[in-house]
Design a binder for this molecule. Structure first.
Ligand code: SIN
Length: 543
């Protein structure tokens, strides 16, 4: 990254996963005063749970025949050619530089005895190119190292960190500065405070808590999308939600969690209770087909009355006793606590919500459609993932574009924002009628109608219920989170109804066959939720 002049623009960062932490370190590097809000402890959240790794063609011992071009093609293909090519090229082309910056931050990627990166394989990658840390604890390894650097910067007075602070709204006063209001602490009487900034980066992660079964931790409550929508930002591509094929059945083993795709990358297969390896008949790549294909196949097995298992016994037999436990130490330990062992018996799994491809619409410098508001990580939509994210591209995307966003935040004019000219923007009316709706009810509705399979009838029913409901929680933080999930569910439902053809992870059972998918991109705003767009007339739109 090139060095820039030190800046005095004050930045606010909301969220402390890999995107937030990388952004904070970049702000410190550029000399920008920065305040970071995080609703729990620094570094807690979804990033720390990432098992698989970081996809990167590093130029240091890549797999035979692999190249950045090949990483670009795999990303576009997995995304059903809906991703934006220039953005994907920037993503994949920045990976090598990101990896060396991370190593400067003391991140240690696993290497073999000769000192070369140990490269894993995951679904829809045409080569081994996944870097990992601690075997299957890549997210935790990244967070630990980045957090240490951020804490060191805090000790030097270069960054202020406000933990247990739930940001509720971003608004603009008379001048160009933005303010954020937040709850400090939890509970009914949590104080509402405000802090002012020249630019705000939203990096709050995913939406998993909208669904009954998700690989995300409970704190993934769509906060960034809710916050940005209330501030008038365009939210795009929310109909594209990724379901991970192998969450250990939470009804049977609630604490067992997800089994990384890297386990299938090492050769584990999927079978049903009859022992049938059903993926062989569905895709030439079998268990390593794109994630949406595998998730739908598993869902279909359950719908046909089968049960699905991941079977890694042959991997252990071939690679030797103890291979799985040493390659996947965290997963193995978690499974062991539940009385399960990958090396010994097949483990029951199902498809569960994992990631959202869409989000706050941004360019690759993190600018949203609202001047002063930027976004990075899972809550942002840089259009790299298209209709289905390629495995292990999310940590890469979060960190590459978080750093780009900070460069823009420190150098942009106050009127700068992303262009949305190619997007058809729809303004959703605000909800009028009011029947109380709690979290469990919302999760049940979303799981029924916004899951792996969708229908127009189901989506219309869902919209009718949501449009006559008011989210109600019994505590202040929970209320803000439920509002965010509710807004997000409404946008997903409208976006999914609007896209009548299947594309990538958005699968409509009632789509007409043999009709070419419409690749028009849609964006959504919420009527009456534009408190900070008063400066529209002076916007400086970036191409
Ligand atoms: C996994 O390890 O299966 C998840 C990796 C990812 O979602 O990119």
């Amino acid at each position: 990254m090139s060095n820039k002049v030190l800046t005095q623009r004050k930045l606010v960062i909301i969220g402390s996963g890999v995107a937030g932490l990388c952004a904070a370190l970049e702000a410190v590097r550029l000399g920008a005063p920065v305040v970071m809000f995080t609703k729990e402890q620094l570094g807690s959240g979804n990033s720390a749970c990432a098992q698989g790794g970081l996809s990167a063609v590093t130029g240091q011992g890549e797999a035979l025949g692999d190249s950045v071009t090949s990483h670009v093609s795999d990303t576009l293909r997995a995304g059903a050619f809906y991703g934006r090519k220039e953005a994907v090229e920037e993503l994949c082309g920045s990976a090598a530089e990101l990896v060396s910056s991370l190593e400067n931050y003391q991140v240690h990627f696993d290497r073999d005895v000769a000192g070369n990166y140990q490269l894993g394989l995951e679904a829809a990658h045409s080569a081994h190119r996944i870097l990992h840390a601690g075997g299957d604890a890549t997210g935790a390894g990244l967070i630990a190292s980045l957090k240490q650097q951020v804490i060191a910067a805090q000790a030097q007075g270069k960054i202020e960190i406000i933990e247990h602070a739930m940001v509720m709204d971003i608004y603009r006063g008379q001048g160009p500065q933005l303010s954020v209001s937040y709850l400090q602490g939890y509970g009914r009487d949590a104080e509402q405070l405000a802090d002012a900034a020249d630019a705000v980066l939203i990096a709050t992660g995913g939406i998993g808590s909208l669904f009954e079964a998700s690989t995300n931790p409970a704190g993934a409550t769509a906060d960034g999308i809710g916050l940005a929508a209330r501030a008038g930002a365009v939210i795009s591509d929310l109909e594209f939600i990724q379901f991970h094929p192998t969450l250990v059945d939470p009804q049977l083993y609630p604490e067992a969690g997800m089994i990384s795709e890297a386990v299938r990358g090492e050769g584990a297969v999927l079978i049903n209770e009859t022992g049938e390896r059903f993926m062989l008949a569905i895709d030439p790549l079998a268990e390593l087909a794109p994630r949406d294909v595998v998730a739908r196949a598993i869902h279909a097995q359950y719908q046909a009355g089968h049960q699905v298992f991941i079977d890694a016994r042959a991997v252990e037999a071939e690679r030797g006793d103890g291979f799985l436990a040493s390659r996947f130490p965290s997963i193995s330990a978690r499974l062991k606590n539940c009385g399960l062992d990958l090396a010994v018996a097949p483990i029951p799994v199902l498809a569960a919500q994992h990631y959202v491809m869409g989000g706050i619409h941004t360019d690759t410098q993190g600018r949203s459609s609202v001047p002063g508001i930027y976004a990075a990580g899972e809550c942002a939509n840089t259009s790299v993932h298209g209709a289905n994210r390629l495995a292990s591209n999310s940590l890469l995307e979060a960190m590459v574009f978080a750093r780009e966003a900070v460069l823009a935040m420190t150098t942009d004019s106050p009127q700068s924002c992303a262009q949305v000219a190619e997007i058809q923007v729809v303004n959703l009316p605000s909800v009028a009628a009011k029947a109380p709706l709690g979290l469990a009810q919302l999760q049940e509705l979303a799981s029924t109608h916004l899951g792996v399979h969708r229908t127009g009838v189901g989506l219309s029913e869902l919209i009718d219920v949501l449009d006559s409901s008011e989210p109600v929680a019994d505590e202040q933080r929970a209320q803000v989170e439920l509002n965010n999930l509710f807004t997000t569910a409404r946008i997903i439902a409208h976006a999914a109804l609007n896209r009548t053809q299947s594309l990538g992870a958005h699968h409509r059972l009632d789509a007409q066959v043999n009709t070419k998918s419409n690749k028009q991109r849609f964006g959504w705003t919420i009527e009456g939720s534009q408190p900070i767009n008063q400066q529209n007339e002076s916007k400086e739109v970036h191409a």
